[in-house]
Design a protein around this ligand. Structure first.
Ligand code: FES
Length: 580
């Protein structure tokens, strides 16, 4: 895809504020000068926002101020004026009820900050899971030149000679404690080894997945995704990105030039190859909605079907992001996919050129970390999109994180009406459940929770774990952490809180999962299903006031990205009025 740069020099958007001698121009410039900015910085050079999700409440992004300084060096060096600003930061580990409830709020914050201020371009500083899609969504709705710098992953965790993968180890160890194969004291000791440097989760969880998606979409410089947070090359990446955004502004290379349907198809295929998080499904659908690209759940299944998972990282595999970087990182994967004809190497990136050109010289330095296609972890690594009378609008499952023996399974449903019901009963030895059953969890979708919690990978009952069983079929309208694993059907749509068929599943019903045929079936008659749905009444209480109420009333289903109905689309960069 070719791109024709805009003519340069030309009048930039920021000059609507800063160029001239009127009272308003003086107002705009004078107050900025209280920061010690020389007059000639307002001479028509590109004004670049550094949109920072730094926050001590988002520990994965707590090092981003240092990176912002590196970005500034690059911007100044290239002749731009950098202006750093904060936006709402969604910290996955602490934010309740779930960081996902605030992704759209953060995106709205970004969008309004970009449009309302004298900015010609923006560097998006992201890291923890939701921060990357939120920033991309906001920037896409304004469509000024934008580029992502990720904070980078934490260094490997190590405990007693074993890798400790963020999140993945937490789920494994918690199950081991329940099964009686690990003591709580050891679990507490392992805690000290889990997070040993700044950065985001070191597994191929949602943060690493979304950093990879930003790169695969063409919205970050090549190589951005995998550099560890504390590696000096992460600072170099930030510096180079600062330089690059200035030229992007001069060229007027916008998100809408890069975020084409082809770019999304490429990203979906890359997600299959890296064994990426199921959360990427929702986030890419939402980003596509902001630029008006018609991306659907079926595109996920279609594009991902023949993509082998070649990146041997937890939760699907063995290694962690640090090793992925040393092996060559995402550029190696992109090159392999492009040369195999599995992605379109002509897709445009922030470089101004095709994605294949960016990776033409890279080499794979460790073929156990990044496998050749003929030694893939899973031959079909994409996201499976399931449909049937239990999920008329679709549900997703990640085959690379699932158990092969459960991919075709028929079992008796054990239903939990919501997450509190699950927590109250799952450890009850009297619960009538065994490993052949199908665990069903309701009311954890976007509207039901609210915010769509990462609880779909429900922990197994202790009495099943004690038998050495580590996986069962689980079905819900929730999400699961990108660091989690198991034969877990997620995002079942319509969600229970909207009266989807999931709402009327009863304990004792038989459920059929058939991943090869993409089928999810509740084995009751059509008439019985219709009768139950007619009798159904929502038990979800509408939040009273604030963002939670707005979210409840306007959030879309997971099958279309769980964006707010009023935030979809691109509203552009123009501001009609100003106040003085
Ligand atoms: Fe922030 Fe995993 S909790 S990246």
């Amino acid at each position: 895809m070719s791109f024709t740069p805009a003519p340069w020099p030309r009048r930039l958007r920021s000059q609507e504020w800063y160029e001239g001698t009127t009272k308003d121009n003086i107002y705009y410039r004078s107050w900025m000068k209280n920061q010690g900015l020389p007059a000639d910085l307002f001479d028509g050079r590109p004004v670049i926002g550094i949109c920072n999700t730094w926050s001590q409440l988002t520990p994965c992004n707590a090092h981003l101020r240092d990176l912002a300084e590196r970005v500034k060096h690059g911007i100044y060096e290239a002749g731009g004026l950098p202006l750093e600003f904060p936006v709402f930061s969604t910290g996955e580990s602490s934010l309740r009820p779930t960081a996902m409830m605030y992704r759209n709020l953060a995106a709205m914050d970004v969008e309004e900050a970009l449009r309302g201020n004298p900015l010609d371009g923006v560097v998006l500083l992201a890291g923890c899971d939701k921060t990357t899609p939120a920033l991309l969504m906001g920037a896409a709705s304004v469509d000024i030149p934008a580029i992502v710098v990720s904070g980078g992953p934490m260094l490997n965790g190590w405990f007693r000679g074993e890798r400790v993968g963020s999140g993945t180890a937490l789920w494994q160890m918690s199950e081991a404690v329940k099964a009686g194969t690990m003591t709580n004291a050891d679990f507490l000791e392992a805690e000290q080894a889990m997070s040993r440097s700044p950065g985001s989760c070191n597994t191929m969880g949602t943060a690493s997945t979304m950093a990879s998606m930003a790169e695969a979409l063409g919205m970050a410089l090549s190589g951005n995704a995998a550099i560890p947070a504390v590696d000096s090359r992460r600072r170099v990446m930030a510096h180079l990105t600062g330089r690059r955004i200035v030229q992007m502004v001069k060229d007027d290379l916008k998100p809408s030039d890069i975020l084409t349907k082809t770019a999304f198809e490429n990203a979906i295929r890359v997600n299959g190859a890296i064994g990426g998080s199921t959360n990427a499904v929702i986030h890419l659908l939402a980003i596509a909605g902001r630029v008006g690209v018609d991306l659907t759940l079926d595109d996920w299944d279609r594009c991902g079907r023949d993509i082998p998972t070649v990146v041997n990282l937890m939760p699907s595999g063995k290694y962690l992001m640090e090793e992925f970087f040393y092996a060559g990182g995402l550029p190696v994967v992109i090159r392999a996919l492009a040369e195999a004809g599995k992605i379109d190497g002509g897709a445009l990136t922030v470089s101004g050129g095709p994605i294949a050109a960016e990776v033409a010289e890279v080499r794979n330095w460790n073929e156990d970390v990044i496998r050749p296609f003929d030694k893939a972890l899973t031959p079909q690594g994409g996201i499976a999109v399931l449909r049937g009378n239990l999920a008329p609008d679709g549900a997703v499952l990640k085959p690379s994180a699932a158990s092969p023996h459960l991919m075709v399974h028929r079992g008796r449903a054990v239903v939990f009406e919501d997450i509190d019901d699950y927590k109250a009963r799952i450890n009850d030895e009297a619960l009538d459940i065994d490993e052949t059953c199908v665990m069903v969890l309701k009311n954890c979708g976007p509207r039901g929770y609210p915010g769509m919690a990462e609880v779909g990978n429900m922990g197994l009952p202790p009495k099943v774990l004690r038998k050495g069983i580590t996986d069962m079929v689980r079905i819900s309208d929730a999400r699961m952490s990108g660091t989690a694993y198991g034969t877990v059907v997620l995002h079942t749509s319509p969600e229970a809180a909207r009266g989807g068929p999931l709402a009327v599943v009863q304990t004792g019903d038989m459920i059929e999962l058939d991943v090869p045929n993409r089928r999810l079936h509740l084995d009751i008659t059509e008439a019985e299903l219709a009768r139950r749905l007619a009798d159904w009444r929502s038990t979800v209480v509408r939040p009273s006031g604030g963002w939670a109420q707005l979210y409840h009333d306007h959030v879309d289903g997971a099958d279309t990205g769980a964006d707010m109905d009023f935030l979809k689309g691109c509203r552009g960069r123009a501001v009609a009025r100003h106040s003085h």
